[in-house]
Write a protein that binds this ligand. Structure first.
Ligand code: GDP
Ligand code: MG
Length: 406
């Protein structure tokens, strides 16, 4: 017994299958806080035959044992990574199975249609009756419409999960860094009256009305007086290309300059908000002809918001304008119930195309084998979403995104 050394005093819980997260027998050890006791407990377990879990292994086991489906497993990762309460609410809805229910409904419907078509293949002598054909077509069209509705949530889903990128642009000294600090609610970027202070591109995420927005304070896009600035310009250009919308800052206390105008023209085709800063000073800025402020491509006028980055005045209105721009309207509760991710989007796009092909073939009286083949593709693609048809590779790629211990 002398060989034994006390490592820690722990709480040990034995959880019996099937009422556990993985549906397997589980032991949970709660040790005292601190890194060293936890490490020593872990070392002791590993010396005695335990091994570390792989990333996402617990959730993967829960999936393989049928406790949750694949869309719910993904929701666990969303939950962990959610950056705003809105994103968290959406993840919880998905974990509760709201998306899965709709997907299973869709898959069942497609399978019923497939069974119907296959029944006719088995009796090639009988032609498909016109009203039966109509009925099948209507079902397929409803399926496609249902998929379209789900597909429409992809954009919002992506924003909630990954955030949306906004570049803050404008000529030197208009207050870009001041604006970033105001939006973040703390001083992140250095503000100074010396033009060219921001030499590197700064990226920070802020919670704007529930949306995770990644703001990029660009280091100027044109003016480069030395090598460091040239590198700054290069990086600004790079992050600008990835930005989904633009906050163009203008100094309201100065007349419009040539540099302002070239920014106005350059981003005329992009989603943008014109931010008129320094409204505490006497106004000298006259916004140019409407054609400048109007986006050439969409013919939609860019919203103009007046702010003062010294006092913070107008920042709340700017946040409203940002939400309006990226989300176009209210965030409805039922929208949060289904927010498909890019994997779901890809699967649904394939399913939709196949269902559409099946409908076209049916309408054109093509051979029913062809219709059935496309329907099978659609059923399988929809099944991928909840993991009814999932390859080992797909599972690897999903669960590798989890952290260890989840
Ligand atoms: N009066 C006034 N000055 C401001 C305002 N916002 C920023 N400034 C000043 O303008 C200068 C440039 O600001 P900065 O954020 O560094 O501009 P940037 O070069 O575009 O990043 C600094 O001296 C700021 O204090 C404002 O709303 N009113
Ligand atoms: Mg700056």
């Amino acid at each position: 017994m002398e060989d034994f050394q006390i490592v820690d005093e722990v709480l040990l819980a034995v959880l019996r299958a099937p009422r556990t997260f993985t549906r397997e027998d589980t032991v949970e050890i709660t040790c005292h806080g601190g890194i060293l006791p936890a490490k020593l407990v872990l070392d002791t377990l590993l010396e005695n035959g335990a091994r570390l879990a792989e990333p996402g292994e617990f959730t993967r086991r829960a999936f393989l044992n049928g406790r949750i489906d694949l869309a719910q497993a993904e929701a666990v990762a969303d939950l962990i990574h959610s950056r705003t309460e809105l994103a968290l609410a959406a993840a919880n809805e998905q974990l509760a199975g709201k998306l899965s229910r709709r997907i299973n409904q869709l898959r069942d419907e497609l399978m019923r249609t497939l069974a119907h078509v296959e029944a006719h293949i088995d009796f090639p002598d009988e032609d498909i009756a016109p009203d039966t054909k109509e009925q099948l077509l209507r079902r397929l069209e409803n399926g496609v419409k249902f998929m379209d509705e789900l597909l429409r949530t992809a954009n919002e889903g992506q924003i909630l999960r990954r955030g949306i990128r906004a570049a803050i642009v404008g000529r030197p000294n208009v207050g870009k860094s001041s604006l970033l600090n105001q939006l973040l609610g703390h001083d992140r970027a250095i503000v100074s009256p010396i033009p060219g202070t921001t030499r590197d591109t700064i990226e920070e995420t802020a919670n704007i009305r529930g949306l995770p927005v990644v703001f990029i304070d660009t280091a100027g896009l044109r003016e480069a007086r030395d090598e460091i600035e040239a590198e700054g310009v290069r990086r600004s250009r790079e992050s600008l290309a990835k930005a989904e919308f633009i906050l163009h800052v203008l100094d309201a206390s100065e007349p419009l300059t040539g540099a302002d105008e070239s920014y106005l023209t350059e981003f005329a085709g992009k989603k943008r908000i014109l931010v008129l800063n320094k409204t505490d000073l006497p106004g000298k800025l006259e916004l140019p002809l409407k054609s400048h402020v109007t986006s050439h491509e969409s013919r939609v006028k860019s919203p103009v918001v007046e702010v003062c980055c010294l006092s913070g005045q107008g920042i709340e209105a700017l946040k409203d304008a940002i939400k309006e721009l990226v989300w176009s309207g209210e965030i409805r509760a039922e929208m949060l119930q289904v927010m498909i991710n890019s994997r779901h989007q890809d699967a649904l796009n394939r399913a939709r195309a196949a269902a559409q092909r099946a409908a076209d073939a049916l309408r054109a009286d093509a051979t029913l084998e062809l219709v059935a083949m496309d329907l099978r593709i659609a059923v399988n693609a929809v099944g991928e979403i909840v993991g009814k048809t999932a390859t080992e590779d797909l599972l690897d790629s999903i669960f590798s995104q989890f952290c260890i211990g989840k």
